[in-house]
Ligand binder design. Sequence first.
Ligand SMILES: *Cc1c(COP(=O)(O)O)cnc(C)c1O
Length: 359
Amino acid sequence: MINFTVGPVMSSDAVRAIGAEQVPYFRTSEFSELMLENEQLVKKFAHASKNSRVVFLTCSGSGGMEAAIMNCLTKQDKALVVNGGSFGERFVELLTLHEIPFAEIKLEHGKALKPEHLASYEGGGYTAFLLQKHETSTGVHYDINMVSDFCKRNGCFLIVDAISSFLCDPFDMDALGAGVMITGSQKALACPPGIAIMALAPSALKRIENAKCCCQYLDLKLALKNQERGQTPWTPAVGVLRQINARLKEIDAEGGDSAEIARTACLADYFRNKIKQFDLPFEIISESLSNAVTPLHPTTQSAFEIFLKLKDEYGIWICPNGGDMKDKVFRVGHIGCLTENDYDKLIEAFVDLQKRGVI
Ligand SMILES: *Cc1c(COP(=O)(O)O)cnc(C)c1O
């Protein structure tokens, strides 16, 4: 199988080997040390300020999104949220559920965020801003510098869902003045699912300290207190945290976040050039691409049919879309343990489908 989806993705041999080992007991100094190392490496790769903290929650990325809202926002906030696809929609649903007042910037699928979208909210008394750095469902990479400038001018607390963007596109948490950065174990970290990671700037730590979280399991006060000694309040996904440790050290040894971002960008370019070179009947639908994924609209066949054919007849997984994008869009990911050779095989399969008259 070759997996070009956007998570879970292909893991390195070292990460997979850990998955085959017995899961150790975790209230030990060895595990604490590993967790403190995980915190330091995530801080380093996120370019978080010295006094920032990192916590590891046993839940998927969405749990991190909900924890951010429950622990950092209150009914006194007035939030602004960008909704350009299914993950932006999830923030909207969470703000509604937790009764945080908000306004929504709704974007058409595939469209970039532009200054005119923000202009009417300028000076509007907004206290928080939530967005995906990369809206994975449509493959749109937002202009985070523009959002950061808006937040600095307007005094907004910035919550960034970087779940599919961390280690794929440049991200400097400190320079952006972001309060929260969220990612997950099964995207570019290329580990099994199960862990949400949150980097928290001092501004977030202050909000967490002052807010009352109405959920014990996702209470970040408890997570932060325990992580001071490299522990978690509850039994975490110990095996996945050990795999994350191996992966973070692998990335560090190979040149850190910038080298990993460059590697991902090369694979994305390689694939996008091949699509053109072979004149395949696919259109790139995003106005602003992330290195993490290429969203494609096939002009001659249903996107979902192509996904099924590749999976069932070629052992290749591209990423299908849901809802009203199901037949219009499929995505090809560039995260995980992939090589140019894997893309050659994908292109070969596309060319074969074309020869067979399927596309
Ligand atoms: C994958 C993803 C999520 C959701 O993560 P889960 O681990 O499926 O809960 C949220 N936001 C973005 C941008 C994502 O790519």
